[in-house]
Structure formats: structure tokens, C-alpha cells
Design a protein around this ligand. Structure first.
Ligand code: TRP
Length: 350
């Protein structure tokens, strides 16, 4: 299967490769910002797509910031009475997967007023047309038919997430490059207008293949095709049992022509720490039922220690609250400093 990239994607891939080398040379020079929208518990697509890599970066010694992007939830839905419990679910997922709050700062948008205030000067630096061109914004507007103004401006809000802490590394998939490009544009325009303030962040592209949901479409909680990290062994078995396969009896790996079966094989390979070939060798002469049994077992054994750790963590609400309070305090003190510098450079100190 060959994938074709456009020119700007190729440039980003090259930059990301040289960034990886620089990180290996001296990890302590780098600050990472990334995060998640708290719309539900995180799933194994998040785990293999980003969480695992975040833990690696953290353990290498990069300074990591994780935003639980609670203000971003209201770009496409209203908050519900359960938002706080969802935030704690995501936090428990992070900790269970190996994010260490003594190394990584975990915070929520809503508790960092100075971060959100950066939105005002940043909004003055981008045009409506630039925002309307953003692929995610475009897609949202065609899906929902209407666009609220927060959705339109959310790439600018993401720029505030990245720039408030002056992160220089943003782990990302190719689909997120346009957002990061806008962040760089904002940093450049701000520095030009008001004097050097923000370093330019670079994308660290992930090499993990994209996992699909159990129905072969994008893995997402709302499609009921995602296996939550926190799912029980039984829930996992039920979801895999219902997973879509195809009519071909043999099991072989061909992501282009057999996307659903190949996705299950890929997941089995990730969860059993084996190559695709080794999984296929294990499955010789077994049909899709054999593959499903094998996959269920490998997911459940891979996630057993993570799930056990998570269970212990969620019963300690005081601990979870303390982790978030401390993360918010640390993020806020940085945001205060950055906003002060912004005000100074904009001649807004009285
Ligand atoms: N948009 C991301 C998501 O949907 C979360 C996020 C918020 C983020 N701010 C960010 C990611 C800044 C990278 C950088 O999960």
C-alpha cells in the first residue's frame, strides 16, 4: 500500500525526523504539550495512538504538559452534569497507563484563566478566512450545518494551549498539522508585532498505524465501536464478538481489501507484542472466530495490569483531586508569567 503525501506534509515528516534525533541527544531541552477532549473514557485507539508514546516521552525526561480540554467539549455539545466525572475518568486513564504526575503536569482549560485570555490577542492575528479554511472546522460545519463561534476559533484556542507554556514539541497525527501550522503562524505574527515572545513549536509525528473501531470505521465512543481502556474483560469480549469481519474464510493481512479483518489482526499484534506474521502463524487454519478469541484474550491480558491499577486509583477520589489541583496550580503559574510578558510586550501594563 502506498500513501502519497503533499509537499507540506513531506516537509513536516522531515522536520519531525530531525526533531526525534534532537530529542534523543538532549531530552531535557524539550517541552511537550498535548491533550484530549474529555468526552468519555479513553479507548485502546488512544492508548496505542498516543498514550503509550506520551509515557515514553515522559520517561525520557521531556517536560510534559497534558491538557484535559474541557472548554473544547462545548465546541460541539453543551456540558452536562457529568463533565466533572468524565474529566476524572480521563485522569484515571492517564495515571493507569503510566503518566506520572510528578513528571507530567495535567491540567484543565477551565482552571487556567490566563491561558484563555491569550485568545484575545491571538484572535486579532488571524482572519476569518484562515479559520474557515481549517479542515476540521470545515468538516464540522458540513456535518452539523451550523458552526458556533467557539468551534470556528478552536484552532486558536489550541494555539493558546501550546503557546502559554511555550511548548516546542506537539505530538500529532498528519490530520492535525493544519492546527499546528496555525499555531506557528500566530507565534510568528505575535513576535513580529510585539517582539519575540513565543518559540515556534514543531510536530512530532507518530508512526503508529491508525486503529479502526470494531465496525471498521474510525474508533470513537459515540459510534459504540471503541474498547475503553477501562472496559471489563466481559465488555471487551462482547465488543469483539460483534466486530465486523468479511466473507473470506482464511485469515490474512490486507488492509486495503480487507480493512476490518486486518484491523483486528493489527490490534492482536499490538496487544500480544508480536509481529503481524507471528500472529498469523498462531492463527493458522483458524477462521474469524479463532481470530476473535485470540484477540479478546490478547486485549484482556495486555490491559489486565492497567485495568487493575485503574481500579485502585478510581477508588481514591482525594488522590485524583490532588493530582489535578497540583497540575492546575503549576500550569496556572506558568500562564500568569506568560500573560504578564504578553501584556508587557503589548504595552498593556499600568
Ligand atoms: N483537540 C485535541 C483532541 O480532540 C485536544 C487538544 C486540545 C490538543 N488542545 C490541544 C491537542 C493542543 C494538541 C495540542 O483530543
Amino acid at each position: 500500500m502506498s500513501i502519497s503525501y503533499n509537499e507540506s506534509q513531506l516537509a513536516s515528516i522531515a522536520t519531525s525526523e530531525s526533531l526525534s534525533l534532537k530529542i534523543e541527544e538532549d531530552p531535557t531541552k524539550f517541552r511537550v504539550l498535548t491533550g484530549d477532549r474529555p468526552t468519555g473514557p479513553l479507548h485502546i485507539g488512544h492508548y496505542f495512538g498516543t498514550l503509550q508514546n506520551r509515557v515514553l516521552l515522559q520517561d525520557k525526561g521531556l517536560d510534559m504538559f497534558l491538557v484535559i480540554a474541557d472548554y473544547q467539549v462545548i465546541t460541539d455539545r453543551t456540558t452536562s452534569s457529568s463533565l466533572a466525572s468524565t474529566v476524572y475518568e480521563v485522569l484515571a486513564d492517564y495515571l493507569a497507563c503510566g503518566i506520572d504526575p510528578s513528571k507530567t503536569t495535567i491540567f484543565t482549560h477551565s482552571q487556567i484563566p490566563e491561558l484563555n485570555q491569550l485568545l484575545l490577542p491571538f484572535l486579532s492575528l488571524v482572519s476569518q478566512a484562515e479559520l474557515e479554511r481549517n479542515p476540521t472546522v470545515k468538516e464540522e460545519s458540513s456535518v452539523s450545518g451550523a458552526l458556533n463561534a467557539l468551534m470556528l476559533t478552536y484552532p486558536v484556542h489550541q494555539a493558546a494551549d501550546i503557546l502559554f507554556c511555550k511548548a516546542n514539541v506537539v505530538p500529532a497525527g498528519l490530520d492535525q498539522l493544519p492546527h499546528l501550522q496555525l499555531t506557528k503562524t500566530i507565534a510568528k505574527r505575535f513576535n513580529k508585532a510585539y517582539g519575540f515572545t513565543f518559540p515556534k513549536p514543531e510536530a512530532l509525528l507518530s508512526s503508529t498505524p491508525v486503529l479502526l473501531g470494531t465496525d471498521g470505521t474510525k474508533m470513537s465512543k459515540s459510534r459504540n465501536n471503541a474498547i475503553a481502556i477501562s472496559a471489563t474483560t466481559n465488555q471487551t469480549a462482547q465488543l469483539i464478538k460483534k466486530a465486523t469481519t468479511d466473507a473470506i474464510k482464511d485469515i490474512y493481512y490486507d488492509p486495503t481489501n480487507r480493512p476490518t479483518v486486518s484491523n483486528l489482526i493489527l490490534l492482536a499484534s499490538l496487544c500480544s507484542n508480536q509481529s503481524i506474521e507471528a500472529v498469523l502463524a498462531d492463527l493458522e487454519n483458524q477462521g474469524s472466530q479463532g481470530l476473535k478469541n485470540y484477540l479478546t484474550d490478547s486485549i484482556n491480558s495486555y490491559f489486565a495490569p492497567i485495568r487493575a491499577k485503574r481500579q485502585a486509583i478510581v477508588t481514591d477520589q482525594a488522590y485524583l483531586r490532588q493530582v489535578l489541583t497540583q497540575g492546575n496550580e503549576k500550569a496556572r503559574s506558568l500562564a500568569v508569567d506568560t500573560l504578564e510578558q504578553v501584556h508587557k510586550n503589548m504595552s498593556m501594563q499600568y
